[in-house]
Design a protein around this ligand. Structure first.
Ligand SMILES: Nc1ncnc2c1ncn2[C@@H]1O[C@H](COP(=O)(O)OP(=O)(O)OP(=O)(O)O)[C@@H](O)[C@H]1O
Ligand SMILES: O=C(O)c1ccc[n+]([C@@H]2O[C@H](COP(=O)([O-])O)[C@@H](O)[C@H]2O)c1
Length: 218
């Protein structure tokens, strides 16, 4: 039985931390591809530095030569805030009731999982892979930690045994890169090279995104 894996984010801009994790997920979960799902209007955060269309263009440039990475632009085609429960419901309707569906989040995003729209529906629709990122540990008394404790598995193979409902805490090596750090760097006139793909940086400069100077040094 195949398994569908989605990795959602604002990707403002996409960076090598995201891309490396997506490749690592293919290996660890044993899937041929992972779908990156850029959000249209991110819930629970302020305005983005680049528009949804610009973030999509950067993502397309980033994965152009990588067959195992796909873009699922369904959130960009929906008006309003991009709620993950809506995305998973749409995907579940397309995949049918039996195919395992997996959603990937970093610990920073999972820490506030109980503030997501219809969060308690999400484990009914998908498995959750939580990837450890540097930062504060989960509040042991909070709902996300409870969900993890109740549904935790450590073997990725378990995800193939049911369509939804399990939480896999994945200890993958992560690159210490954040989109915030990249936006700050660019705004200060410093180079983000080797943190993001060269094609993404060239496009950021071409469009003058995040305060980049189009004529500046590569
Ligand atoms: N370096 C990284 N390695 C692995 N996962 C990451 C990394 N950076 C972000 N993620 C995860 O990718 C998803 C999307 O992240 P997002 O687009 O918000 O990137 P970000 O770098 O955290 O951005 P920002 O700094 O703007 O918050 C989240 O689940 C987040 O935890
Ligand atoms: O559905 C929600 O209420 C919700 C609230 C916060 C974040 N999310 C999703 O979590 C993913 C990571 O979010 P972010 O802000 O770290 O890019 C992204 O796909 C968001 O759409 C979803």
């Amino acid at each position: 039985m195949s398994m569908h894996v989605i990795y959602g984010g604002t990707f403002d801009p996409v960076h090598h931390g995201h891309l490396r994790l997506a490749i690592e997920l293919c290996d660890r979960l044993g899937v041929a591809n992972v779908s990156l799902v850029p959000c249209h209007i991110p819930p629970h955060r302020g305005d983005t530095g680049a528009s949804a269309g610009q973030r999509l263009t950067l993502l397309e440039l980033a994965i152009r030569d990588e067959a195992s990475l796909r873009i699922d632009d369904r959130e960009l085609r929906r008006a309003g805030a991009s709620y993950t429960a809506d995305t998973l419901r749409q995907l579940r309707a397309e995949l049918g009731p039996d195919e395992p569906l997996v959603m990937v989040v970093g610990t920073d995003a999972f820490a506030s999982f109980d503030r997501w729209r219809e969060w308690d529906m999400i484990p009914e629709l998908a498995h959750i892979v939580v990837v450890q990122r540097p930062g504060p540990a989960l509040d042991p008394d909070g709902q996300p930690a409870k969900l993890l404790a109740e549904r935790k598995v450590s073997d990725p193979a378990r995800l193939r045994e049911s369509p939804a409902g399990l939480v896999l805490a994945l200890d993958a090596p992560l690159l210490d890169i954040s989109a915030t750090g990249i936006r700050d760097r660019i705004a200060q006139g410093r180079s983000p090279r080797y943190l993001i793909p060269d094609g993404v940086w060239a496009e950021i400069r071409r469009q003058g995104l995040y305060g980049a100077c189009p004529d500046g040094n590569f």
